[in-house]
Design a protein around this ligand. Structure first.
Ligand code: 6GU
Length: 225
């Protein structure tokens, strides 16, 4: 069971993501709990502002420290958090090993960045981990937070139907997954590799490993070190 508290100024954007498919099932079955918090609810200003002009000038608004501090502190008053994560393009690149590590945590906070980012003091005093999902810029951290949450939640035992299936994912052993096939065995003359129809488990496993290695060499030689 992992609990993820997501702090955002666009809560609606995240609601729909967790309301479907595997993630919804995981949440319904109490394997995971995702609570989305609207940063505006923690604003102390009259107009419920969560951002303001940058000191020193320049274009773009900066997310204020006060609403974020209020929200994080109110969460910390109720439970202890393993990590307080800030989603930002200048964070550490998200990889499977990070997902594996985070899936063993009990309580996580994910803060979604917006505008020109958050006041640096939030990063210095509250954040324990900064994550980017790749070298490109999104308009907000919400999609990135959804990506990270999905990668974590699907690893929790019981979430996937076949518990071994996360173990054979691409990247779990630094190899890409082998090709897969289903019926029909012959589609308009395009045939499934014979070996997969042989019922010979050892030979099939050897073939799959060989295919994984070939595919990794061709597409992601960097993974082979
Ligand atoms: Cl975490 N946030 C934003 N805004 N853009 C990103 C990202 C995060 N990761 C990659 N691009």
């Amino acid at each position: 069971m992992v609990r993820i508290d997501i702090i955002t100024c666009l809560p609606r954007l995240l609601d729909s993501f967790f309301a479907h498919s595997i993630l919804k099932r995981a949440i319904d079955a109490n394997h995971a709990e995702v609570v989305v918090h609207d940063l505006r609810d923690y604003s102390t200003s009259k107009h419920k502002n969560v951002d303001d002009y940058a000191f020193g000038g320049g274009a773009g608004m900066v997310m204020m420290i006060e609403p974020i501090a209020n929200c994080i502190r109110s969460l910390q008053a109720k439970r202890t958090y393993d990590e307080i994560i800030y989603m930002t393009p200048d964070g550490e690149r998200f990889e499977q090993k990070t997902a594996n590590m985070l899936s063993m945590c009990q309580n996580l906070i994910i803060l979604c960045g917006h505008y020109k980012g958050v006041d640096e003091r939030v990063r210095q005093h509250f954040i324990t981990k900064e994550i980017s999902i790749g070298d490109y810029v999104l308009s907000g951290g919400e999609l990135a937070a959804a990506v990270v949450s999905d990668a974590i939640i699907r690893l929790i035992p019981g979430v996937l139907n076949d518990e071994t299936s996360a173990l054979t994912d691409s990247f779990q052993d630094n190899l890409l997954a082998p090709p897969v096939y289903t019926r029909p065995a012959d589609f308009e003359g395009i045939k499934v590799p014979e070996i997969l129809l042989s019922g010979h488990e050892k030979k099939i496993n050897d073939w799959r490993l060989e295919q994984s290695i070939e595919r990794t060499k061709a597409r992601r030689p960097d993974l082979l070190g």
